[in-house]
Design a protein around this ligand. Structure first.
Ligand SMILES: [Cu+2]
Length: 186
């Protein structure tokens, strides 16, 4: 019986570990939901753990059009990439696909807005009628996107924490039943 309890304890401890070492974004440049008013040259994503070599990210404009990112590098817990061309004003999404220290694949994203003053002036001269309603829209949508992303994030994290716990409970139940039935036979 002591052996079984020991085994149970070991299994429970190991099944909990992946959840606690789970990799998630700790900080970024630009920050989630930020409005950039100066040209952006680099994007960096820092996670709470070391990330594996196969980790990467993409940058896309609102609507899905992908924007070129060069020299994606991984430095321990940080993923970096440079942006070769100036970004036009608008809403952008940084989507990462990383492999964390616990070998879990994590996919998530943040949004940010580029709003360079020069471009605003140019646009206002070109099409003053269109500019006003558009100016507010991206920010509203952007906030919604960020909320959804963080909700999704907590949901997936919850399920990843819950799964081993449920697995552990099931395992305990199965072993207890097995032990009881073994005793009855004696
Ligand atoms: Cu994980």
């Amino acid at each position: 019986m002591k052996k079984i309890l020991f085994l149970l304890a070991v299994i429970l401890i190991f099944s909990q570990q992946p959840a606690s070492a789970h990799s998630k974004l700790e900080s970024s440049n630009p920050e989630a939901g930020a409005t950039e008013t100066e040209p952006l040259k680099e994007i960096s994503l820092t996670f709470n753990t070391r990330i594996e070599e196969s980790s990467t990210f993409t940058l896309s404009r609102e609507g899905g059009e992908e924007v070129q990112v060069d020299n994606i590098t991984i430095d321990d817990d940080t993923l970096r990439g440079t942006i070769p061309q100036d970004l036009e004003n608008g809403a952008y999404t940084v989507s990462w696909d990383i492999v964390g220290a616990d070998t879990h694949v994590i996919k998530d994203s943040i949004n940010f807005t580029v709003q360079l003053p020069d471009q605003l002036e140019e646009k206002t001269e070109e099409a003053p009628a269109d500019e006003e309603p558009k100016a507010d829209e991206p920010e509203g949508e952007e906030k919604k996107d960020t909320e959804t992303a963080s909700e999704n994030n907590t949901e997936s994290q919850n399920s990843q924490i819950l799964l081993p716990v449920i697995g552990g409970i099931l395992l305990v139940a199965v072993i207890v039943i097995a032990v009881i039935s073994m005793r009855k036979k004696r």
